[in-house]
Design a protein around this ligand. Structure first.
Ligand code: ASP
Length: 344
């Protein structure tokens, strides 16, 4: 009887937490990619442009949360702003594949229901994060790839564009540099990695990655996470990174946290980064900061995985650790105070 009563109280407590809107609990955190981003290789004009774009994204999501919108809506709208900006490696401004195409990956996850949706290798969807959401909400699947995903996005009424829409001069130059480097490396140097993985071949542009991500907590205490990316410059053979892999680059669970990652995807997939952070919280009772630090600053560093994450719990505590030189990032709290940062 006592047990039943405790259970009843727990359920009622959970219900009350979820149902009573509390504007004081909203929080939104974003990243715009990690990598070798230093003051030296970012001009003051570029720095200003990034800061403005990050601020615009934060304010867009905040407005939705403040008006009582869901964390899912906030994540999607915030990511749209960054997908539509040529500054980030997502949507317009995505990097090029070896064949000179833009193949986009994205995922979204709802911490309340633990439903998730993802797309990989899409070439015609203006906002891949919305395609991921359509997979989650309008299909019985979790992940769709290639032409099928493009067709599904079209059938779902999403904004479809000519693949040329994604083209930007700077990313095109990035590919040309990568192709040159690849030639030099193939001619003169074997892959550095003893496993034979030619990891260096897909790094370019001063190792700036540029994926975008958002995690949010709404008035109802629900978490959501989303990530969108063009992947890595010079990627080949339908390569897919961690961003659309639920549990690696994207994860959300009201019981623990919401996570979005950025970095060298192969390492993040093998380490199942986002899920690992959530489970360290669940199994060990660690704080979001301790769990995120353990995975990004110790485990990933030990395996050579460069990058970072944003992670947010249900109380509004968050962490933004990265082991690269920089990470475009920012947060906005319930009172509207916001901060954007780039360097260490
Ligand atoms: N994680 C992404 C990928 O590997 C790249 C990035 O974060 O920029 O596809």
């Amino acid at each position: 009887m006592k047990k039943l009563l405790t259970l009843g109280l727990l359920v009622a407590g959970h219900w009350a937490f979820s149902q009573t809107p509390d504007p004081k609990r909203i929080t939104l955190v974003i990243h715009g990619g990690a990598g070798t981003i230093t003051r030296k290789n970012l001009s003051p004009e570029k720095e200003k442009a990034y800061n403005e774009a990050l601020e615009k994204a934060l304010k867009t999501g905040y407005k939705i949360l403040q008006a009582g919108g869901t964390s899912l809506d906030a994540v999607e709208a915030t990511i749209h702003v960054m997908e539509d900006s040529p500054l980030f490696n997502a949507g317009k401004g995505a990097v090029f594949t070896h064949e000179g195409k833009n193949e986009l990956d994205a995922a979204i996850m709802d911490g309340k229901t633990m439903k998730a949706g993802a797309v990989a290798g899409v070439t015609t969807v203006r906002n891949p994060i919305s395609a991921a959401r359509a997979v989650m909400e309008k299909s019985e699947h979790v992940m769709m790839v290639g032409k099928g995903a493009d067709d599904f996005a079209k059938a779902s009424g999403l904004d479809i564009v000519d693949p040329k829409y994604f083209w930007t001069e700077s990313r095109w130059q990035g590919l040309q540099e990568a192709l040159k480097e690849e030639k030099v490396q193939l001619d003169h140097t074997p892959p550095k990695d003893s496993s034979g993985r030619a990891d260096d071949l897909i790094f370019t542009e001063g190792k700036k990655f540029g994926t975008v991500g958002c995690v949010a907590l709404d008035q109802f205490g629900n978490l959501a996470a989303g990530t969108s990316t063009g992947g890595m410059t010079n990627k080949r053979w339908g390569r897919v990174g961690d961003a659309p892999i639920i549990g690696s680059g994207t994860y959300a669970d009201n019981a623990t946290c919401a996570v979005s990652a950025t970095g060298h995807g192969e390492y993040f997939i093998r380490a199942v980064v986002a899920h690992d952070i959530a489970k360290l919280m669940e199994y060990k009772g660690w704080s979001v900061k301790k769990a995120a630090d353990e995975v990004v600053m110790r485990k990933l560093v030990a395996s050579g995985g460069e990058g970072g994450v944003i992670a947010l719990d249900r109380q509004g505590n968050f962490a933004m650790p990265f082991n690269s030189e920089g990470m475009y990032r920012g947060y906005i709290k319930a009172d509207g105070s916001l901060k954007v940062e780039i360097y260490k």
